[in-house]
Design a protein around this ligand. Structure first.
Ligand SMILES: Nc1ncnc2c1ncn2[C@@H]1O[C@H](COP(=O)(O)OP(=O)(O)O)[C@@H](O)[C@H]1O
Ligand SMILES: [Mg+2]
Length: 85
């Protein structure tokens, strides 16, 4: 995983699938990789999904990018505001 971070810093991005039983350490591994990426100068965005059937598919992405009406960044808050007619 840390090699993938180093690759990313060098401009070679990857998609990494982390799977395993609950409690095996997936979240800890991802958080460690995010910390390593941040330490190497990457801007890290982290969102988490849920297995709930009521979950909206794009919410983890919006969370990761801090796109919500509560965002302190007015541009990000504007994304979710209804467009003026
Ligand atoms: N490498 C590790 N060494 C020691 N404890 C760990 C390690 N990885 C995870 N843990 C601990 O094991 C527990 C479950 O880890 P977690 O990352 O939440 O698992 P998962 O996301 O796979 O369900 C947590 O309490 C975490 O702190
Ligand atoms: Mg987890």
């Amino acid at each position: 995983m840390l090699r993938r971070v180093t690759d990313t810093v060098a401009g070679r991005g990857h998609v990494v699938l982390v799977e395993g039983e609950p409690g095996i350490g997936k979240t800890a591994l991802v958080r460690a990789a995010c910390a390593a990426a941040a330490k190497q100068g990457c801007q890290v965005f982290l969102g988490a999904g849920t297995s709930s059937p009521k979950a909206l598919p794009l919410v983890p992405l919006l969370d990761a990018l801090d796109v919500s009406d509560a965002s302190l960044d007015p541009d990000r808050a504007a994304v979710v505001r209804p467009a003026a007619r």
